[in-house]
Design a protein around this ligand. Structure first.
Ligand SMILES: [Zn+2]
Length: 605
């Protein structure tokens, strides 16, 4: 055994849901030093702050391949090969993106836990066990007069809504569920692993007793866990299933299985705090709603939401905890590229009470008053600082600056005017704090990992779709509608970077080669269940209009633009590694290419 540590990353779950797993790419980049990786294939010598060696991609006698340890990139001034450690591995071994990631992960002891694989059977068994438990709770809720039913009735919920959410009842006995599941032949260890039962002194007993049961169902319709609200004075008030191989809280949102279409249709998601808020709002007719599962909002949850909309309204309680949760949630959603607004209900302490008292229309009217992220933060800072003193003004300026810095220069400018008008601080002073001395553009330094960011930056749209997946989804939708798009997509097929989307595309290409048309049934037969889920999501949610040609051209233009931007970044990177020994003609050539690209980009804009 080597002394290499094994790092474990959840990879598959995120990837398979159609999201790019940037975390693993970042992990690879931070653990696999590019100097080390390239050094294995040929000697590298230190040259200034960089390393230099013979290029492995073209024959040469004088080294022209520069490797930057600081930037973690390589560039060959002879043949133009350039990129990061993953790009190097792709080219050197002729692998695709995912294969290169896997190879590096293997070599450096980074464990990639893949979705599917050998554990698939166990996961399916777990889903099935949870389904049985949910069914049992549901039956108890319906069959016997019970406190859960009266509790829900008191809260004004009707049978139809309760049914839609699969609300159940766990009775007060110590082992009702346990006995039932045993009689169904269920595995005791699995019951424990899912947190349905506990064992103490050799005796097994139910975890959820005398509680209203909220099954947590993922977007594929599987019961992944439960939340249980106590019906007496017991504690805790809410008990949630523990994390398990099928229940990762950070990857799921409550209610999304029912509400994602409405979120997509409204191009807006309203995020609330609790189970009851979701159910009450849904019942009242506010259906584009969801809740994080009793935890602070996570990056994965933000990424999930973004599949349906980019516009999110946080509707949390107006108490201190709710405010703090809103602030944290806002930052996470912003980082995921969402437009965030915040609202607090004014009457009643939570959305549940408000909507019961005033109805859906009043609630929607209230959402119109939700404050954009910057307004919300600036207002809070104002409340917390005393602008009548110099210290207070300085503190205000300092804190507001960090908010403004996170905005685009144009947006920031709007706020600067407003703030100057309402305070005694001059516009110039604020502008200087925000942009720095004599630097009006506010341009931030590009991170090394440009590929993904560039794609996102080029695709700012208000249609509420992830720009990267926008392309992949739409192209697949077009190909399904009209098979000749398959051929026309081939020159751009490198856009399918996500493993699932690429698999769907490749399979369609294969079917097209056979009989020039796509039979969706046949296509689904050739795919894994997770891939079929993505496919049906596309069929269900990507709307076709009669403007197929326009959509296709739009996709192609975006891919071209994205390529131009990526090449632009690449050249800028390469030029940053040039030194006095670098061939001057090559530098000139690159500079010319850069100018051409920038001209092309300007012409488009
Ligand atoms: Zn080369």
């Amino acid at each position: 055994m080597s002394n290499k540590k094994t790092y474990s990353i959840e990879f598959g779950e995120v990837w398979v849901n159609g999201l790019r797993s940037d975390s693993i790419v970042d992990e690879i980049k931070s653990r696999c030093n590019i100097v080390d990786v390239i050094g294995q294939h040929g000697a590298l010598k230190r040259a200034g702050s960089n390393h230099k060696g013979l290029c492995p991609f073209h024959g040469e006698k004088t080294p022209s391949c520069v490797v930057s340890e600081q930037k973690q990139i390589f560039t060959c001034f002879g043949c133009g090969a350039t990129g990061d450690v993953i790009e190097f591995t792709k080219r050197y071994y002729n692998l695709d993106f995912q294969e290169a990631v896997e190879k590096l992960a293997n070599q450096y002891g980074i464990e990639i836990r893949k979705f599917g694989g050998g554990d698939n059977q166990k996961r399916e068994a777990m889903y099935e066990l949870n389904r049985k438990a949910a069914r049992y709770f549901l039956d108890s809720f319906r069959k016997i007069p019970n406190p859960a039913l009266s509790y829900m009735a008191k809260r004004g919920l009707d049978a139809k809504t309760l049914n839609q959410f699969g609300i159940g009842f766990a009775d007060a006995n110590w082992d009702s569920l346990y006995k039932y599941l045993l009689s169904e032949g269920a595995d005791v260890n699995m019951m424990k692993e899912l947190g349905l039962i506990s064992e103490s002194k050799g005796k097994c007993f139910d975890k959820f007793r005398n509680r209203v049961m909220f099954p947590i169902i993922n977007t594929r319709g599987k019961v992944i866990g439960f939340g249980g609200r106590v019906l007496d004075d017991g504690t805790p008030k809410y008990l949630n299933s523990p994390e398990s191989p099928i229940f990762l809280k950070k990857n799921n949102l409550f209610g999304l299985n029912l509400t994602r279409q409405d979120i997509n249709k409204n191009d807006c998601a309203i995020l609330v705090e609790g189970y009851m808020d979701v159910i009450s709002l849904y019942k009242a007719g506010v259906r584009n709603v969801s809740a994080s599962l009793g935890t602070a909002l996570t990056e994965n949850q933000a990424a999930m939401l973004k599949r349906y909309t980019k516009n999110v309204i946080l509707c949390y309680d107006s108490d201190g905890a709710g405010r703090a949760a809103a602030l944290r949630g806002m930052d996470i959603l912003r980082a995921a590229g969402c437009n965030v607004k915040v609202m607090h209900v004014t009457d009643g302490k939570d959305p549940d009470e408000f909507v019961k008292a005033h109805g859906a229309e009043a609630f929607y009217a209230l959402t119109k008053t939700a404050k954009p992220f910057a307004d919300y933060k600036i207002d809070l800072i104002r409340q917390e600082t005393d602008l009548t003193t110099t210290e207070g003004s300085l503190e205000f300026l300092h804190r507001v600056t960090s908010v403004l810095k996170s905005l685009s220069p144009g947006e920031a400018d709007l706020y600067i005017g407003k703030i100057a008008a309402d305070t005694h601080i001059s516009e110039g002073a604020i502008r200087m704090e925000v942009f720095g001395n004599g630097f009006g553009g506010g341009k931030k330094e590009e991170p090394v990992n440009t590929a993904v960011r560039t794609e996102q930056d080029t695709g700012r749209r208000k249609d509420g779709t992830d720009p990267v997946l926008y392309l992949e989804k739409n192209l697949i939708r077009l190909m399904l509608a009209q098979s000749d798009f398959i051929q026309r997509t081939q020159p751009y097929e490198s856009v399918f970077r996500d493993a699932v989307y690429r698999k769907i595309y490749e399979t369609m290409k294969g079917l097209y080669r056979e009989d020039e048309e796509i039979d969706v049934g046949k296509l689904a037969d050739s795919l894994e269940p997770e891939e079929v889920a993505v496919l049906s999501d596309i069929l269900e949610n990507v709307k076709l209009t009669d403007k197929e040609e326009d959509v296709f051209l739009d996709c192609v233009t975006r891919i071209r633009n994205e390529r131009l931007s990526r090449r632009e970044q690449q050249i800028i990177q390469m030029l940053s590694l040039a030194d006095d020994e670098t061939d001057l003609a090559k530098v000139e050539e690159l500079t010319r290419e850069l100018m051409t690209i920038q001209q092309q980009k300007n012409n488009r804009e």
